[in-house]
Design a protein around this ligand. Structure first.
Ligand code: GLN
Length: 495
């Protein structure tokens, strides 16, 4: 009988391969079967790569047969967001512009996960160029939330979150510029971690906002996410913003939170429009932390209210600059039948980019134009400094901060159509991208009203990422909740 991997953690899979209970090839086949059964409903992938997964699995099995030591992620299925270059795949960014773009090299994060022995199952769906919070702006159509197929998985890394929540893979990678790992993790009831800016290399990731973008893992447990971080983190000479990182992210997971000071920010938790069930879940989490011996204290982040405004200036400006490379000359969509370069470029960009991408480009181009620059971009950078200082100050008083991840649980496909309401789902995630700190979204069960996954967010000081994981791991231990959406069990029952 085929191996059912839908409920298995990365650690269980690795242990099973190590002790000979099953082979890496059986694991790869288990993931391929799970994708075959669940993908028609979920649409988490833009491209699946079963042959690449099987090839990597055979290499792991050969290593084991030869008595070579296996790395802790050897034989673990993984999926990559489709803005990460991986040889042998297309990297589309969910856009018509890059729909046929073949990767010419591996992004550093892909290279590292493959070197660790992960089995690459495919490239996951995303909002176009990572602009969005619902995965609905993908040129390839939306992804559905495995907990309720009529709802969005969040975004922009919606496919990465949904693939893990559905049980298709135990691990995936996403990128987070303003919340794109944590918000979909929250909507899909999985763990999602955005490390401190600079902990993980951005080389080979199609850039959105270069001073904000950071790659991180999704998993169904904090332990799996910590394992992935051990493989991902570290200096990469090809990304000058990446830093040395000698942390073992799994080392402190069992240390608990006794004696720790955990901050809550009244301005975040009492913000307008937060669903009552989200606040109830947060309060329950705080009670658990108290029960574990942590002290809960209020901290102020005086400029937090300006984070959203600063982000929606800096983000589009950087996106405008980064997306100017798509000129249809060397690669990307080229509109046919133009006699001169400029009309070819204009038409290709007008047709190749979707509505939200065009909106960001236009906004960025306007904000950077002379005269306007001083009114928006410059003040936004100053606000950024203030917010960074706010966090530094707060983390001199507390070890971590806990807040909701998103003001609400997953909304229905098509329900949120105006951009401002869409942006509001990132109310709590954006500030740490602006400041550069790390943050993790931890599922804490189903909301009492909507019965959809609800999460809390744990923030830490810059480069205090192992501490975030430690707090998350302690809190995770207080909950006995389903990790894989019921869809997987239903699909199996229906076989
Ligand atoms: N939802 C936010 C935006 O639309 C953040 C996106 C992201 O983190 N990539 O910009």
């Amino acid at each position: 009988m085929a191996l059912d991997i839908t409920q298995m953690s990365a650690r269980q899979i690795h242990a099973g391969i190590q002790d000979g209970s099953f082979s890496a090839v059986e694991v790869a086949q288990g993931a391929i079967d799970a994708i075959e059964a669940l993908e028609p409903q979920v649409h988490a992938f833009i491209q699946t790569t079963p042959e690449l997964a099987l090839k990597a699995a055979r290499a792991v099995d050969a290593d084991r047969a030869a008595g070579r030591e296996l790395s802790p992620l050897a034989g673990v299925p993984i999926a990559f967001k489709d803005n990460m270059n991986e040889m042998g795949t297309r990297t589309t960014c969910g856009s018509k512009m890059l729909a046929n773009y073949e990767s010419l090299y591996d992004a550093t994060v892909v290279e590292r996960m493959l070197a660790a022995g992960c089995l690459p199952l495919g490239k996951t769906n995303m909002d176009e160029f990572a602009f969005g919070s619902s995965t609905e702006t993908s040129f390839f159509g939306p992804t559905c939330n495995p907990w309720d197929l009529d709802r969005v998985p969040g975004g922009s890394s919606g496919g990465s979150a949904a693939s893990v929540a559905a049980g298709m893979v135990p691990l995936s990678l996403g990128s987070d510029t303003g919340g794109s790992i944590r918000q979909p993790a929250s909507f899909c009831g999985v763990v999602g971690f955005k490390p401190t800016y600079g902990v993980v290399s951005r080389y080979g990731i199609v850039a959105f906002g270069s001073s904000l973008d950071q790659v991180g893992p999704f998993g169904r447990s904090v332990g799996d996410v910590a394992l992935a971080m051990n493989a991902l983190a570290g200096r990469d000479p090809r990304d000058c913003t990446s830093q040395e990182c000698a942390i073992d992210f799994t080392a402190n997971l069992d240390e608990g939170v006794e004696g720790m000071r955990i901050g809550v920010v009244p301005a975040m938790n009492e913000a307008e429009g937060v669903q009552p069930e989200v606040i109830a879940a947060l309060n329950e989490a705080l009670d658990h932390l108290r029960g574990l011996g942590a002290q809960i204290v209020e901290v102020e982040l005086p400029h937090i209210d300006a984070a959203m405004a600063a982000y929606y200036v800096i983000g589009p400006c950087e996106a405008f600059s980064n997306l100017s490379r798509f000129d249809a000359v060397r690669y990307g969509y080229r509109d046919p039948g133009h006699a001169d370069l400029s009309s070819m470029e204009d038409a290709s960009r007008a047709v190749g980019f979707g509505t939200e991408a065009r909106r960001r480009i236009l906004v960025g181009s306007y904000l950077l134009s002379s005269g306007v620059y001083d009114e928006y971009y410059l003040p936004a950078q100053k606000v950024r400094t203030l917010i960074t200082q706010d966090f530094r100050e707060a983390f001199s008083k507390v070890d971590a901060i806990v807040s909701p991840t998103s003001p609400r649980t997953a909304f229905k496909l098509g329900e949120v159509s105006d951009p401002v309401s869409m942006h509001l789902s990132d109310l709590f995630t954006i500030a740490i991208n602006v400041a550069g700190n790390g943050g993790l979204s931890l599922p804490v069960g189903l909301g009492r009203d909507t019965q959809l996954p609800v999460s809390v967010q744990i923030l830490g000081p810059q480069f205090g990422d192992d501490r975030i994981l430690r707090v998350a791991s302690a809190l995770e231990g207080c909950y006995d909740i389903a990790r894989t959406a019921p869809l997987a069990a239903a699909a199996k029952g229906g076989e």
